[in-house]
Each structure stands twice: as C-alpha cells, then as structure tokens.
Design a protein around this ligand. Structure first.
Ligand code: EPS
Length: 396
C-alpha cells in the first residue's frame, strides 16, 4: 500500500483535477483547512494579475462522505475562473473562431523542447500544461496527505529563506511549530521582519526593471517517527524520493537536506549529529525517542531514513522564465530571430512555492508512512504506529 497523486489540467482550461489513491478509510478531513492551504498558495508579494482572478478551492468530487474518506480514490477539482476569458482559445472541442498559434518559445520554459518532442506547431499546447498553475492541484492533493500525517502527529511548515540576494538570518536555535504562527501574514512568508522589508524592496525594484526574481525556502516537518524510508534499496531512500518530488516542481533547480552543500566543506567530526543518552540531556537537546541530539546537520535523515529529528528540506527556485522584458528567441515557424512570448506573469513566486513544497513533501512522507504501516482504516494505521512506538521505545 502506497499513496499516489496524479494531476490533470491546463492553466487556462476549465480546471485542474487531483486524484489521490491509497488513503485509509475513516480519515477526517477539514474543508476549511484544505481551502486555507489553497489560499496560502495564492499569497505572496510579487504575484501577477492572475491571482486576482482566481479564488482557489479544492472541491471534493469523490471518495469522501460526510467529512471522512471512504478508502477509495479521492478526486478533487480546482476550477479555473480565468477559463471564461479563454473559452475559445482553450476549448476541448473545435471552435468557429480563428485562434492564432504561439510560435515564440521562452528561454527557460518547456515551450521549445515540448513542441519538438510532442509534435505540436503551437507553443500553447505545451505551455498550458507546463505552467505552474498545475501546482494548485498538487496543493489540493497535498491537503489530504497533510490530514493523514496530522492524524499521526506530524506537522509541516515552510518559510522563505532567500529572495534574490537577500538572505534571512540563520535561526540560532531549532525552529518549532509555534515559530510559524502568523507567517502567512508576512508578504513574503519569511520569519524575520527586517528581512521581509528588504525582500519586498528587492522585488519592488526588480519588478520595475522588468525582471523576475528567484530565491529559496525551507520546509520543516515536525514529529516524524524514525525509520520512515529505508536504507535497503536506493528506491526507498527517503532523501532520494524527497529530492525527486521537490525538483519536479516548476522552476525548482536545487534541493538540500539539513546543512546540505555546506557539509561538503565541513570536517567529518563536525558534520555528524552526535548521539547522547537520556541521562546526558542538556537544555535545548532534541528528544528523538530514547536518545538526544544537540545538532541537526543531517536535516533529520540518516541512511535514507528519518531519524526522529526535524526533517529540514531547502529548495532553490530560479527566476521564472516569463519576463516582461522578453529575451531573444526564434520564431519556430520561420526560424527567424524574434522576441520570446510576453505574457501577463508573476515576478516572484518563492513565497507560494514554499506552500507547494509542503504539499510535495507531505505526499512523499504520507506514501512512505502508508508503505511502512499499511492499514485499511485510519484506526488500523494508528494501532500499527503505536505498536512500532512501543517496540522501539519512542516518544515525542
Ligand atoms: C504561469 C503564468 C501565470 C501565473 C501562473 C503560472 O498565469 P497567467 O499566464 O494566467 O497569468 O499566474 O500561475 C497560476 C495561475 C497559479 O495559480 O499559480 C506560468 O506560466 O507558469
């Protein structure tokens, strides 16, 4: 038993579908919490005009009755309100109107290679599916994975750590769930007020210069049991699975766990997280079951498995390729030099990307929990988790 998410839909088509298979029956869902996540993905200073058109919700189409899962596939529907402005251009069926094709691929987008690979002569046939609008369906699906994890005491939070060259200060102590209270009220979803101002200023300045802006965010998962994932085969190593999920998000170019790339320059004796017994506990130690840790260089992963410490995943997001200052490209119908497609766009998506990162991490973790603990009903899962906790002597 695993858990899978499939998405369908185009950016300006009728809407998006998320199909989640493998949830246990009896899992309680909170409609408001689901839609809060949908709204959080639309937040962030630097979004474009499209976000004023959409008010995303995850509408349950199947698999849930009276607020609880039935054990079958759950289908969620996210309507594209903008479709009413695109009905001719994006109609699934032939239309009378002349719809001009797009021939100018944007450097950095799927446009050009997608046209070659799939045999299209209209870039729109590629860009509509490649668009990061698809992440609305990922977040919808992620709300179900989060509900499942929450039922087992696992919570996921994210914050922006970098916008362009502006870095948030490194936390001086391990972050806790409570530190994230109110983070979504910050315009760039960062934890430090002065950094937030500097990030907003940077986006404002770059937007005026017709630039798009990248950055980085961190996703922390609290309360994970040790032993999620496995060392026994490369396919089951959780770091590998998490990296795939994060790097599959549009515009994501890098991922690291814990101290990540910094570990490459750290002497071995300082790069590991020493293990202390309970009798050796000091203030600030992280309780990871029967032992304590004073550091978390590993980001909560050892040997491809969770180790009971907080999972720390950091992702790098490039500046998105739709820019109001179009770059040089060629007209694919003539091969002549041309300016790339210029469209309404976002300038900075990093605050929203953090919410998408949460959803993808939730999907991977929930799948690994399903694989480890099985169970047809959520109570079966809870019983299996409790038995495992007793066997390894683990407490939060
Ligand atoms: C996107 C382009 C913009 C973004 C869109 C992703 O859409 P539009 O072309 O309609 O202005 O707003 O993101 C979303 C719609 C969303 O919900 O996140 C792109 O080309 O990737």
């Amino acid at each position: 038993m695993s858990l899978t998410l499939s998405t369908a839909g185009e950016s300006h088509g009728p809407g998006l579908t998320a199909l989640v298979e493998g949830l246990p029956a009896g899992l309680e869902l909170d409609r408001d919490a689901m839609n809060r996540d949908m709204a959080r993905r639309q937040l962030g200073f630097g979004r474009g005009g499209r976000m004023k058109i959409e008010t995303d919700t995850a509408e349950v189409r199947s698999g849930v009755r009276h607020g609880r899962t039935l054990g079958g596939p759950v289908a969620l529907w996210v309507v594209n309100r903008d479709y009413q402005n695109w009905e001719e251009r994006m109609n699934p069926w032939p239309v009378e109107a002349e719809v001009p094709p797009v021939h100018m691929p944007r450097p950095g987008h799927a446009d050009m290679v997608g046209v070659w690979k799939y045999g299209h002569d209209d870039v729109r046939n590629v860009l509509e599916r490649a668009s990061a609008r698809e992440t609305a369906a990922r977040v919808a699906g992620g709300t179900l994975a989060k509900a499942f994890l929450r039922a087992l005491g696992v919570e996921i939070r994210s914050h922006v750590t970098q916008i362009g060259p502006v870095h948030a200060p490194v936390a001086t102590r391990p972050l806790q769930v409570a530190d994230f209270e109110g983070i979504d009220d910050d315009p760039v979803r960062t934890l430090d007020a002065d950094t937030s101002k500097a990030m907003v200023k940077h986006i404002t300045v770059e937007r005026k210069a017709n630039e798009s802006i990248g950055g980085a965010y961190e996703v922390l998962t609290f309360g994970l049991h040790p032993g999620i994932g496995s060392h026994v085969s490369w396919q089951e190593r959780l770091d590998g699975r998490l990296a795939q999920a994060i790097c599959s998000i549009q515009a994501h170019k890098g991922v690291e766990f814990g101290d990540g790339f910094t570990l490459a320059e750290t002497p071995g004796s300082q790069a590991q997280d020493e293990i202390f017994g309970v009798e050796d506990t000091e203030d600030g130690d992280v309780h990871t079951g029967a032992v304590r840790r004073r550091t978390n260089h590993a980001g909560g992963l050892e040997g491809g498995m969770t180790n009971g410490n907080t999972l720390v995943v950091r992702a790098a997001v490039k500046p998105i390729p739709t820019i109001t200052k179009p770059l040089r490209s060629v007209d694919l119908s003539t091969g002549e030099p041309a300016k790339a497609l210029r469209e309404r766009t976002d300038n900075c998506v990093v605050p929203a990307a953090g919410v998408v990162g949460e959803a993808m991490i939730a999907m991977v973790l929930a799948a690994a929990y399903r694989e480890k603990f099985g169970g047809d009903h959520i109570d079966d899962v809870k019983a299996a988790v409790a038995a495992y906790e007793a066997r390894i002597g683990w407490t939060r």
